[in-house]
Design a protein around this ligand. Structure first.
Ligand code: NAD
Length: 490
């Protein structure tokens, strides 16, 4: 499939691209230029019904009898297909999302590694045996949960699709995945590749559509056994209600306002550029963006000046240029929201020391921005801006740094910069976050669990424990003696 502006993209149901029963085709545009990028079908309730029926049917078809060795082979084949098509996937995603292609290439590589990781570890899906006592023997079986509704946001479509599909397929489940309506292209392409490598029809279904209608209908669907949602905390709260009737298994990966603690004893020449990377990567449109920089008072001015200088050096521009470090935001509307936060910060007393003006050019660009003189109670320190905006907040000592870091409804990731190893461990232990990095800016790797504390959600993705989210444990208790246990003596 070539990237073509006149392309119409169907839904992916039961092994093929199909026209939507809804009849709705929506125009897509490249966020960085406003140029048209084809039209994508949007799923309505009838389409979701059809996709769920296909997923249910696949569970009782050949896929349901596929053993771990074959599932592992298919997932490795899908990883190979991602590698073989990586250039096309990266370009498609870059055009659709507006992010720098250098970043997107890395995300496609992570997608491949994620399929690879679950292909490799699914053999560890084993039960255990236990001598209960007397003549009884217990053993457990791990069975697929069933049909999974998976909902992903627009900020990492290809990577999130792999994060969701890989563990579900490894466990033997089937999937109906709903991408964001603005960014469905890479998920559709991954589904095509899944079919090409031989994953049976109905195992992977893709139904783009709006959240409050298509997404809500899918989450509440009685044919769905498990819901895995990635998105904002507000939507996650809604999904939690919808998934409760009828009761479904649920995991949520939600928002963040992640702190980045820079102590005076940190190696500032590493801490400052890495902190800039940790906010401006993906133009700040990352759940794990370290958007709250907490700085020890004695180095506050130096760090703020360093961040402002780094912000000015980030190469912002054409997302398809391999030299570009930061592309556009997802849309003009989103850019307006980001700028609204900056204006609100200024009205609360923050000072713009870099960026802060949207500019007049075309495309949804926003410059790397640093806000100083921020207090943790301000809206810009508490709300997820989801753009290239970092706030810098001073702290007096370690105790206050930890208190400020934890003074947030979120708890996704955190980073600590200090050359004192004992402090690194001590602070990491006291931060309420799913992942804490010490002296490095990364937070997610295939194989390492990723997920949040507090209102950043629950359940962990990309790690071994993710398989628990997609399996039921069934206990079997066996009488091994000559006479059945019969306490009534009947
Ligand atoms: P969003 O919640 O608006 O949308 C996310 C997805 O959920 C979309 O596909 C949307 O259509 C769907 N949706 C929205 N309301 C729904 C409903 N009521 N029922 C079912 N589906 C619904 O979020 P967004 O703005 O698109 O994405 C950004 C958010 O995602 C940020 O808060 C970010 O932190 C979060 N995120 C979290 C992680 C993580 O791993 N924790 C990763 C990426 C993004």
């Amino acid at each position: 499939m070539a990237v073509a502006t006149d392309r119409e993209y169907g839904l992916f149901i039961d092994g093929e691209l199909v026209e939507p029963a809804s009849g709705e085709l929506r125009d897509l545009a490249e966020p960085a230029t406003g140029d048209p990028l084809g039209r994508a079908a949007m799923a309505g309730p009838d389409d979701v019904d059809r996709a769920v029926a296909a997923a249910r049917g696949a569970l009782s078809g050949p896929w349901g009898k596929t053993g771990p060795t074959e599932r592992s082979r298919l997932l490795h084949a899908l990883a190979d297909a991602v590698v073989a098509n990586r250039k096309e996937l990266a370009e498609l995603e870059t055009r659709n999302v507006g992010k720098a292609i250098a970043s997107v290439k890395a995300e496609v590589a992570v997608a491949e590694q994620n399929f690879r990781f679950f292909a490799s570890v699914l053999g560890s899906l084993a039960g255990r045996s236990h001598p209960v006592g007397g003549s009884l023997l217990y053993y457990s079986l791990r069975e697929p949960v069933g049909v999974c509704a998976q909902i992903v946001p627009w900020n990492y479509p290809v990577m999130m699709t792999a994060w969701k599909l890989a563990p579900a397929l490894a466990a033997g489940c089937t999937v109906v995945l709903k991408p964001d309506p603005a960014t469905p292209l890479s998920a559709l392409r991954i589904a095509e590749l899944a079919a090409e490598v031989g994953i049976p029809n109905g195992v992977v279904n893709i139904v783009p559509g709006d959240g409050p209608t298509t997404g809500a209908y899918l989450v509440g669907h009685p044919g769905v056994d498990k819901v895995s949602f990635t998105g904002s905390t507000r939507s996650g709260s809604e999904v939690m209600k919808l998934a409760s009737d009828p009761v479904k298994r649920l995991s949520l990966e939600l928002g963040g306002k992640s702190p980045n603690l820079i102590f005076a004893d940190a190696k500032l020449e590493d801490a400052i550029p890495s902190s800039a990377y940790a906010i401006y990567y993906s133009a700040g449109q990352s759940c794990d963006a370290r958007s709250r920089v907490l700085v020890e008072e004695s180095v506050y001015d130096e760090v703020v000046a360093g961040l402002a200088e780094a912000a000015g050096k980030v190469k912002v521009g054409d997302p398809l240029d391999p030299e570009t470090q930061m592309g556009s935001l997802i849309s003009d509307v989103h850019r307006g929201k980001v700028h609204g936060f900056v204006e609100e910060g200024v009205s609360e007393g923050a000072e713009v020391v870099a960026g802060g003006e949207p500019g007049n050019g075309g495309g949804a660009f926003y410059p790397p921005t640093v806000l100083a003189k921020v207090e943790n109670r301000m809206v810009v320190a508490q709300e997820e801006i989801f753009g290239p905006v970092v706030v810098a907040i001073p702290f007096a000592d370690e105790k206050e740094a930890i208190a400020l870091a934890n003074d947030s409804r979120y708890g996704l990731v955190a980073t600590v910069w200090s050359q004192d190893p004992a402090r690194g461990h001590r602070v990491a232990a006291r931060l309420k976050a799913g992942t804490v990095g010490v002296n490095m800016p990364y937070s997610a790797f295939p194989g390492i669990p990723f997920g949040g504390y507090k209102q950043s959600g629950f359940g962990r993705e990309t790690g071994l424990e993710t398989l628990d989210l997609y399996t039921e444990s069934k206990g079997v208790i066996l009488q091994t003696g000559p006479k059945p246990v019969n306490p009534f003596g009947l």
